[in-house]
Design a protein around this ligand. Structure first.
Ligand code: G3P
Length: 217
């Protein structure tokens, strides 16, 4: 499973990229707001840091306007994936933008039917939002499993990009189900390294090591 970093924080992206943990980046209008930066500038900088796809989201609601915004965003760099919402207008924009050779990430997906439509419209990525389904007492992981089965049943090329990931458990569950990609905030990716038995074991080793009176360096 590839890891995308769900942030517009360039320092966090650079740190994860150096470790090979950033196969791509996803942004959205809320993350651009959080960064406090101009969308075109920060997206260009992100594209210069990571080699993989960098999702930049349109904000228009009509298909023609989404297409115009998508064309502008796609000019930022070769690794831009234009992000469009899963509306009927977004599906039209997806079809046109992918037809022009762009990567397209169809976002705000909350049902298997929506994912089926995105695949039919030629989406490069479909972004089902796990955490927001969990928030309303539905099971986001069930949606990932349903989409995996549907795409595999028919050999759709659209990649499942598990999004709205809130915990390290979400990452392993998405990987077990077979999501192609998971996008998560930097703190969630780092939290995957944590285990209380690792901390406890290390503490014990360090205490015993101190008793030996030895040094390695
Ligand atoms: O990848 C989509 C993500 O940015 C939304 O996450 O936590 O706001 O639901 P969240």
């Amino acid at each position: 499973m590839r890891f995308f970093v769900d942030t517009a924080d360039v320092e966090a992206i650079a740190e994860l990229n150096e470790l090979g943990m950033a196969d791509g980046v996803t942004t959205n209008p809320s993350l651009i707001l959080k960064s406090g930066r101009d969308i075109l500038e920060v997206t260009k900088e992100i594209c210069s840091i990571v080699a993989g796809p960098v999702s930049a989201e349109v904000v228009a609601v009509e298909a023609d306007d989404m297409i115009a915004e998508g064309r502008k965003l796609a000019k930022i760099a070769d690794n831009i994936a234009v992000k469009v919402p899963l509306t009927w207008a977004g599906l039209k924009a997806c079809k046109v933008l992918t037809g022009e050779g762009n990567m397209v990430n169809v976002t705000l997906c909350f049902s298997a039917n929506q994912a089926l439509l995105a695949a039919k419209a030629g989406a490069t990525f479909i972004s089902p939002f796990i955490g927001r389904l969990d928030d309303i007492n539905m099971d986001g992981m069930d949606l990932i499993a349903d989409i995996r089965q549907i795409y595999d049943n028919y050999g759709f090329d659209t990649q499942i990009l598990a999004a709205s990931i809130r915990s390290a458990n979400h990452m392993s569950q998405a990987a077990l189900i077979g999501a192609d990609v998971a996008t998560a905030p930097p703190n969630v990716i780092k939290a995957m390294a944590n285990h209380p038995l690792t901390d406890k074991g290390l503490d014990g080793f360090l205490k015993d090591w101190a008793k030996t009176g030895q040094k390695i360096l």
